[in-house]
Design a protein around this ligand. Structure first.
Ligand code: IPE
Ligand code: IPE
Ligand code: MG
Length: 227
């Protein structure tokens, strides 16, 4: 990969279309989620070889809890698999982070085993200095912004900077390229504050079919930043 300008771009992905990927193949939706987790692992590897400093992936939204129990359970167990990829992350000098509704907050439904998987992934990879992979799990941007506004107001006059300082991860930089797969041209309550000024890459492909060539197309949108 040639880059004349070693930028550290922030790519954010709304990983949509796992269900459609599966149903087009006559498979249960759960198979689509399994394939989607594998696709994310591929995109993490590809990102580590490209001028990507930050990869943020929407794994599970605050709205997704209403899905059938078996599907939710399957998605949760895939997050355990995803967060357990620490050896792979360490071999690529990549660190894992998480954004979402805090576990001690009223309404949090994250099971303890997922909480533990998240905490372990973060601590086992925290010293890595390359790519930062942030998983949005039980994440909703409006809830994040309401909380940030409340905390900012409690501390003094509200400004854009004080809202940013009170986001789930204040160190998450602005998004350069937002990807949404499966032909839906919507944002679905993802990173509303952080995508100001982002380029947006919509693709008809479902998430399990999103590959490194498509990642390159998305990165090319940040042209001027990426060669
Ligand atoms: C995205 O795929 C994964 C999650 C939302 C967890 P979907 O499950 O939304 O797949 P479609 O949109 O039904 O095809
Ligand atoms: C967005 O996909 C959330 C994730 C990718 C986790 P959804 O399938 O939940 O979004 P909508 O319902 O199409 O807006
Ligand atoms: Mg969907």
């Amino acid at each position: 990969m040639s880059s004349t300008n070693p930028q550290r771009l922030h790519v954010a992905c709304i990983m949509d279309g796992n269900g459609r990927w599966a149903s087009r193949r006559g498979l249960p939706r759960t198979e689509g989620h399994t394939a989607g987790e594998a696709a994310l692992a591929d995109i993490v590897r590809a990102s580590a070889d490209r001028p990507v400093g930050w990869l943020t992936a929407f794994g599970f939204s605050t709205e997704n809890w209403v899905r059938p129990r078996t599907e939710v359970r399957h998605i949760l167990s895939l997050h355990r698999r995803l967060f357990a990829r620490t050896e792979e992350m360490n071999s690529r000098n990549a660190r894992t982070r998480w954004i979402g509704r805090p576990f001690n907050e009223k309404g949090s439904r994250t099971p303890v085993y997922v909480q533990k998987a998240i905490a372990k992934a973060i601590s086992d990879t925290q010293d890595n200095t390359g790519l930062t992979v942030t998983i949005a799990f039980d994440y909703g941007s409006r809830a994040e912004l309401v909380r940030a506004a409340q905390r900012a107001m409690a501390a003094g006059p509200v400004s854009a900077a004080s809202i940013t300082q009170n986001l789930y991860d204040p160190t998450l930089p602005h998004v350069d390229v937002l990807v949404r797969t499966s032909g839906e041209a919507r944002i679905s309550n993802f990173l509303l504050w952080q995508i100001t000024g982002a380029r947006v890459f919509f693709t008809e492909r479902t998430w399990p079919d999103f590959d490194k060539n498509q990642l390159d197309e998305a990165l090319a949108l940040a042209s001027g930043h990426y060669a």
